[in-house]
Design a protein around this ligand. Structure first.
Ligand code: KG4
Ligand code: ZN
Length: 365
């Protein structure tokens, strides 16, 4: 039994402004008392990508609204919080700064301790909030901005087994959708088209599958889709509905196969270290894809590992995960001061930092 803790969390590292209140009760059970997320899709739609300055301004304008709403939903006041946790990186620097400044203001004004959270640690620790997973476990983070295989050994101990060296998978889905004239976000559109397609018609590459290790690459796959599209357009003057469906199905099958095989390798490496009661978790927007999720679940099942996929609202960017990670850090004794700086780059596993890829949403992949 530990003391009850209640943490206010803030997230603003990409294009979602979020605030949440998370409590761990005296019986250890975590509870999300409020989780407010305001997306910025409409602000960036006309630009075909996230404009960092627009994102930062929107975060600065909306953070207090999100905090007020989260407190009101939780029925609590700032005085009832034990600390304020904030994403201090990695991400788009203007947005991260907006969050850090807001959190500092709240901490100073309400006399609360401040806890800096790594955004990726927020994602990586979510299965403990949702499913009570014990350390260590393996997690695949797959979204528009991330692609990493991490062994989570503790709230501040992460071992990166691999990740993308270029695009994140969600980014590749979004680009493929754009190439085929499908609406954004591309993942759900491509998945919808792929349902009627033949995944075997196009012989798309499986990048880096022939190379040892757990690193991945998705940008060549997107180019292969572009070439196949251009060939069809040159031959027929356009694409039929069936062409589009087959291109989507072939692309999706290639992404699923690469993710599953690299996850299988990482799980074997993890099992060699932790043979008892292994667990594999998946998080990120791309985990919503049924083909990909099923492929990853099969990898876990094949070796008898527990498979955990948190609900989608907690897999995509949110502040409950930041509040929870902050809570774990607070329990471990972490406190940050007013000198806390926003960090555009902040690798979880500094030993493997050199392998980090870029990614549409900043250096997070
Ligand atoms: O985690 P998320 O909401 O935001 C970040 O990227 O941080 O993930 C969004 C990404 C987008 O690239 C979107 O196209 C992709 O996840 N996505 C999907 C699916 N749903 C969302 N990708 C493949 N299949 C889906 N069903
Ligand atoms: Zn994220």
């Amino acid at each position: 039994m530990a003391d009850q803790l209640t943490i206010l969390g803030l997230e603003s590292s990409c294009d979602d402004t979020a605030a949440a209140v998370v409590r761990q009760r005296a019986d250890d059970r975590p509870e999300i008392l409020a989780s407010v997320v305001k997306g910025q899709g409409e602000l960036h739609a006309a630009y075909g990508g996230i404009v960092p300055e627009i994102a930062a301004r929107a975060h600065a304008e909306r953070l207090d609204l999100c905090v007020t709403e989260a407190l009101s939903v939780s029925g609590l006041t700032l005085r009832q919080m034990d600390a304020v946790a904030v994403t201090a990186g990695p991400g788009l620097i203007g947005g991260v700064l907006a969050g850090v400044m807001c959190a500092k203001g709240i901490a100073a004004g309400a006399g609360l301790p401040l806890v800096a959270v790594n955004h990726l640690a927020g994602h990586a620790l979510t299965p403990r909030l949702t499913d009570g997973l014990a350390f260590p476990y393996l997690i695949l983070l797959v979204s528009g901005g991330h692609c990493q295989l991490l062994e989570v050994r503790g709230a501040e101990a992460f071992h990166r087994l691999g990740g993308t060296i270029d695009d994140a998978p969600g980014e590749a889905f979004d680009k493929v959708a754009r190439l085929l004239g499908l609406p954004q976000p591309g993942g759900p559109s491509v998945e919808r088209e792929a349902a009627a397609g033949d995944p075997a018609r196009f012989d798309f590459p499986r990048p880096l599958l022939d190379r040892a290790g757990c690193d991945m690459s998705f940008s060549g796959l997107k180019t292969a889709v572009l070439r196949a599209r251009d060939r069809l357009v040159a031959q027929q003057g356009g694409l039929t509905r069936a062409d589009r469906a087959d291109l989507c199905a072939g692309f999706q099958a290639a992404v699923a196969e690469v993710l599953a095989e690299k996850t299988r390798r990482a799980l074997h490496a993890h099992l060699a270290q932790t043979p008892a009661a292994p667990s594999l978790a998946v998080a990120g927007g791309v985990a919503a894809n049924a083909t990909i999720r099923t492929a990853i679940e099969r990898v876990a099942r094949d070796v008898g590992a527990r498979f955990v996929a948190p609900p989608l609202a907690l897999c995509t960017d949110n502040a409950a995960m930041i509040a929870w990670a902050g809570l774990e850090l607070y329990r471990a004794g972490r406190r940050d001061g007013m000198e806390l700086a926003a960090r555009p780059r902040w690798p979880l596993d500094p030993g493997r930092a050199g392998l980090l890829g870029g990614g549409r949403k900043g250096a997070k992949a």
